[in-house]
Design a protein around this ligand. Structure first.
Ligand code: CP
Ligand code: NVA
Length: 312
């Protein structure tokens, strides 16, 4: 495993599968890992709100025998109070790893370059790799494997969609993405996904019609129409995305036992109806739970081996 966890695209196929398998072991026998990060400390930088990410990293560190320190959006004011590089050079003197949720993806890259300790991407405007890994782990768990699975993503071609595509590529899924015109995922990410998926049998279809994407899908995924930082676009987006709502009529195009997936937080009667979100097909809280297990595996792989500065 490399020093940092920034993008699923950076993982080798071996590392990707190792991460899923270690997650399975941790989930099955958490007691075995109780002291694996004893006395290690994770700094958690949050420039945006969070429920799942904060809880799962903090609980995860605790369950591994370490500790997490929360730095709120107003605390260190990334890039305003001091530079990203100076933040990295300070934190590396005190802690063993950094988790950052920020707006500009470049902040994560700069932090990783400046700090000698592992840096974990906990969501940027561009990607959300911890979520993508947890989602593929959930799908594997629910479907008993990943071979021949069709995953439909309906909605905004955003950070969650990007990481989901990169995870789906490594998992060899058949993926269909439906977005309104102008809200497609980044073409660079689609290219990386196709590149990564060449050896796994991954296929990617980009369409404008949600029904075409969802047809015969084993899982249907959606996310908010207005991500954190896009609050002022909320109303305009609601109009554009209305035909992309995941509701019972759309779910009827998927397989009968199709899973409904969402990274949460969900907005009932916007991107998904309450009837779908709360249906027996919904696996959203399993996804949320699996964030804990996948991040424990990520932290173990990144922070479990080297001592800070070789001093301790
Ligand atoms: N899915 C997710 O990352 O949730 P939070 O924004 O609550 O952390
Ligand atoms: N796309 C959403 C995901 C939240 C977990 C956002 O960035 O706000």
């Amino acid at each position: 495993m490399q020093k940092d966890f920034i993008s699923i695209h950076d993982l080798t196929l071996y590392e990707f599968n190792e991460l899923l398998d270690l997650t399975q072991e941790i989930k099955e026998d958490p007691d075995k890992y109780r002291k694996k990060l004893k006395n290690k400390i994770l700094a958690m930088i949050f420039e945006k709100p969070s429920l799942r990410t904060r809880m799962t990293f903090e609980v995860g560190m605790f369950e591994l025998g370490g500790k997490a320190v929360y730095l709120s959006p107003n605390e260190i004011q990334v890039g305003k109070r001091e530079t990203v590089e100076d933040i990295g050079h300070n934190l590396e003197r005190w802690v063993d790893g950094i988790m950052i949720r920020t707006f500009a993806h470049d902040n994560v890259i700069r932090l990783a370059k400046s700090a000698s300790i592992p840096v974990i991407n906990a969501l940027t405007d561009f990607s959300h790799p911890c979520q993508g890994m947890a989602d593929i782990f959930t799908l594997r768990e629910k479907k008993g494997g990943l071979s021949k699975i069709k995953l439909a993503y309906v909605g905004d071609g955003n950070n969650v969609c990007h990481s989901l595509m990169l995870a789906a590529a490594k998992a060899g899924l058949k993926m269909a993405v439906a977005t309104p015109k102008g809200y497609e995922p980044s073409s660079a990410v689609m290219e990386w996904a196709r590149e990564d998926g060449r050896e796994t049998g991954f296929t990617l279809e980009l369409v404008l019609d949600p029904k075409a994407a969802v047809k015969d899908a084993d899982a249907v995924y959606t996310d908010t129409w207005a991500s954190m930082g896009q609050e002022q676009e909320k109303e305009a987006r609601a109009r554009v995305f209305a035909p992309f709502q995941v509701n019972p009529a759309l779910m009827a195009f998927a397989k009968l036992d199709a899973a409904f997936m969402h990274c949460l937080p969900a907005h009932r009667e916007e991107e998904v109806t309450a009837s779908v979100l709360e249906s027996p097909q919904s696996v959203v809280f399993d996804q949320a739970e699996n964030r804990l297990h996948i991040q424990k595996a990520i932290m173990l792989l990144l922070m479990g081996k080297k001592e800070k500065h070789g001093e301790r």
